[in-house]
Design a protein around this ligand. Structure first.
Ligand code: FAD
Ligand code: NAP
Length: 335
């Protein structure tokens, strides 16, 4: 395995921001991965999967690890019944190819998460979610290396401490995920939840798992920008959770504010709605702006750099805060 210095990271993040990595390597086996951790014990480390949830505002002063460790195997389990299927998938497998593999075989549980760009290893980091499904619902175990000690650890679902776009891995930045063990099912019943998806499936009496995947892909392709054509990193901000009282106050002026009941008296509202009403739907400042079909996505129309993105982010946050009293928190990782 070679080490490269001053490596340009523009093609390793879907926002296409420029930055140099002090050291860069691409381990293709677990042994190589261990070697790069032990060769550079004192360097700051950053793992890049598909680079679809991060961007750079400055050079990275440390070791960037871009693993290419692939593989998938079905595993048997003593408790396994005909209904259950367990798969261990290595971190560098492409997420959507893995979803397609499962759906083709009738394995149930990942279909709502179709077409999310990136790798399998990054999926637990922010507990990826879409259309009411979260990857935590189908993860049995995550195998990871502690980057400080080199120890390989297995995290049960509970030990991953999953939350809304959150996990122990995201909070600590300490572990390099090697593989994820998924627990999928064979029986499928479509449960209507999200309006866009329900509408897309309304003519099918009993949608199959493949029907749902196809519908998710159609809806997403219509509404969301393809990061390979128009650089972006997906939803820029998390959806905020506010008190019912706060929601009622906003509703007095904006009666169509989405408010989905959560727990402890909180409701989830839509960051996209707030950005839209703050006047930022489709708004552009030079090469940076929000996507006209989905203002929660900030796009790079040309040569915007990471600092342009941060400036625009601050502007959107300021506008939403002053009108609604809500602090939008970025979902995208900023380096
Ligand atoms: P990266 O961007 O490479 O990394 C993300 C974070 O994970 C970084 O902190 C990185 O250091 C860390 N990381 C990556 N791999 C590993 C590893 N093996 N071990 C340890 N840490 C690691 N997200 C959703 O939740 N739902 C969506 O519906 C969704 N839609 C999107 C649509 C578009 C158009 C785009 C561009 C993004 C979307 N995203 C969505 C965000 C993104 O696709 C996910 O967060 C995805 O999991 C990122 O995968 P990645 O491999 O590109 O991760
Ligand atoms: P959408 O379906 O138009 O929904 C708009 C917002 O309302 C979303 O934020 C969604 O919350 C919420 N919502 C809608 N119906 C809901 C219900 N029945 N219960 C609870 N919340 C509901 O959203 P979209 O922009 O077209 O995206 C579709 C799905 O893909 C969403 O789940 C979204 O999270 C996901 N997505 C994520 C990213 C990312 O980068 N994270 C990018 C694109 C799309 P949730 O966001 O919590 O689902």
């Amino acid at each position: 395995m070679d080490y490269y210095t001053k490596t340009q990271l523009k093609n390793y993040n879907s926002f296409k921001t420029e930055a140099l990595a002090k050291i860069f390597c691409q381990p293709t086996t677990i042994e190589e991965l261990r070697k790069c951790l032990s060769d550079y014990p004192h360097e700051k480390k950053l793992i890049i999967g598909g680079g679809c949830n991060l961007f750079f505002t400055k050079d990275f002063d440390g070791l960037v690890i871009y693993p290419n460790i692939k593989g998938l195997r079905e595993i048997s389990d003593e408790e396994e019944e005909d209904e259950d299927i367990f798969l261990e998938v290595n971190a560098s497998e492409n997420w959507d190819e893995f979803v397609a593999y499962c759906v083709e075989r009738g394995f149930v549980g990942l279909e709502n998460l179709s077409l999310i760009p990136g790798t399998v290893g990054a999926a637990p980091i922010q507990n990826i979610g879409a259309y009411g499904a979260e990857v935590k619902d189908v993860i049995r175990e995550v195998v990871a290396v502690d980057m400080e000690t080199g120890e390989t650890l297995s995290f049960s679902n509970a030990e991953c401490e999953f939350g809304y776009r959150d996990s122990i891995f995201k909070r600590t930045n300490k572990y390099l995920i090697l593989s994820v063990v998924f627990h999928l099912k064979r029986t499928f019943v479509y449960v209507p939840k999200y309006a866009d998806l329900n509408k897309e499936l309304e003519d099918i009496e009993e949608p199959s798992v493949q029907d749902v995947r196809d519908a998710v892909i159609r809806v997403r392709q219509r509404k969301l920008p393809d990061e390979k054509v128009l650089p972006n990193a997906g939803s820029f901000f998390k959806n905020p959770y506010i008190t019912q009282e706060h929601a009622d106050k906003i509703k007095a002026e904006y009666p169509d504010l989405p408010a989905f009941p959560y727990k402890d008296g909180l409701v989830k509202t839509s960051a996209a709605f707030l950005i839209d009403k703050a006047g930022y739907k489709g708004k552009r400042a030079g090469d940076i702006g929000t996507y006209p079909n989905q203002p929660l996505i900030i796009v790079n129309y040309g040569s915007a750099d990471g600092n342009d993105i941060v400036r625009f982010m601050n502007e959107v946050q300021g506008a939403v805060k002053s009108i609604f009293g809500i602090e939008l928190e970025p979902e995208v990782r900023i380096f």
